[in-house]
Design a protein around this ligand. Sequence first.
Ligand SMILES: [Cu+2]
Length: 426
Amino acid sequence: TAQSLWGAWKSAHLRDYLDREKSRLPAMDVSDVAYDAFLINGQPRQTLAALPGETVRLRIINASAATYFYVSAATGPLTVIAADGVDVVPIQQQRLLIGMAETYDVLVTVPADAPPASWEVRATAQDNSGHASLFLGEGSAPLRPAPVPGPLNSYSMDVALGAVLNEMDESGNVTDAEALAAEIDRPLPPYKRLRATQSTALPAEAPAREVTLRLTGDMWRYLWSINGRSIDEQSTIPVKKGEVLRLVLVNDTMMHHPMHLHGHFFRLLMPDGAPADFAPLKHTVDVPPMSRRVIEFYANEDRDWLFHCHLLYHMMSGMARVFSYPAGVGLSAKDATGAVMGAPGSLKSTGATYQPMLGEHAHPHTYAWIDGSVQSHLSEGLATIQRGRDNLNLAWELWAATGCQWRGGGALVPRPRLETGQSDGA
Ligand SMILES: [Cu+2]
């Protein structure tokens, strides 16, 4: 969803638009791709028989490619009992924002004393462009609709950053009643209130290392990266077995990025959140626009684990890294040599023979698109071919009255030279 001067004027937020342009902040963007339908287990509408008074445990997995959902239920607040498959101390939340790959187990109770009904549990796309519904109860009974978030005006800076500013004032140390009363129309995920049911403290003797990863990119060139480099330019972050890696994720863009780590659960460290020893374990964390999240994990695996934005188009455009345990640690030399795939990796320059298998992430992707029109008196348009950072554009204008007039233009943007041995973690 790109923004325009005309759109800003129409939505009566011209001032916000101009202020934002003046400060060179990119426009808010909630969805890169428009979809015709949203589905729950393959269907836009699902039904699940449930008796009055019955409590149902729903495991909600956001399996979409590129859509955040607000989940809400007609039966009242959701009771969240697990996050990313791991139990948490139960909390109540009216509207639950779920990023791609995130998973929440929630309890929903069909009211015992209400007339027979079909109670909606609804997942509304973050940009309000559609929804999918599950109906709990008796299929033919009257529908009880779930509450839906109000209309989204992405030109309003209050909407764009309101939830982020709101979270800064919140404390995780509140009762359900207080949290529900203070819940805003479009809340962020309730990370501050998530608390593990048992200690998640990591071995105190393990050396800790902090790595800052800035989430970077923009809508216009559709180039998404970490620390300004896509995975084909900078692939690995070396990890030492037995260390604690603390990642500071700083989102420099105006989009949410659900960052997902393979092979490990990380502790989500929220200021004013759970006590340090009870930080919740997750595998995916939403990093809202212009904000930061701190996570840490104990490096107790072998080989290579992808860390990437789970907005799949961002991942494919390069917003990913490989956490790579060097060969020789828990690996035989034969295993290590067998894994060489010839993909560029920062370990290459250190003389190590082992390189991660990057597969489809080893090279930038090539995209081409044409946008133009043919009319009785005029044809005009723009054709672009893009491969990673490099792009070639052709613009044309063709007038019937004056004959042919061609205008061509292009930009080949050189790739920044990478220092040998350089990596995000070093
Ligand atoms: Cu992303």
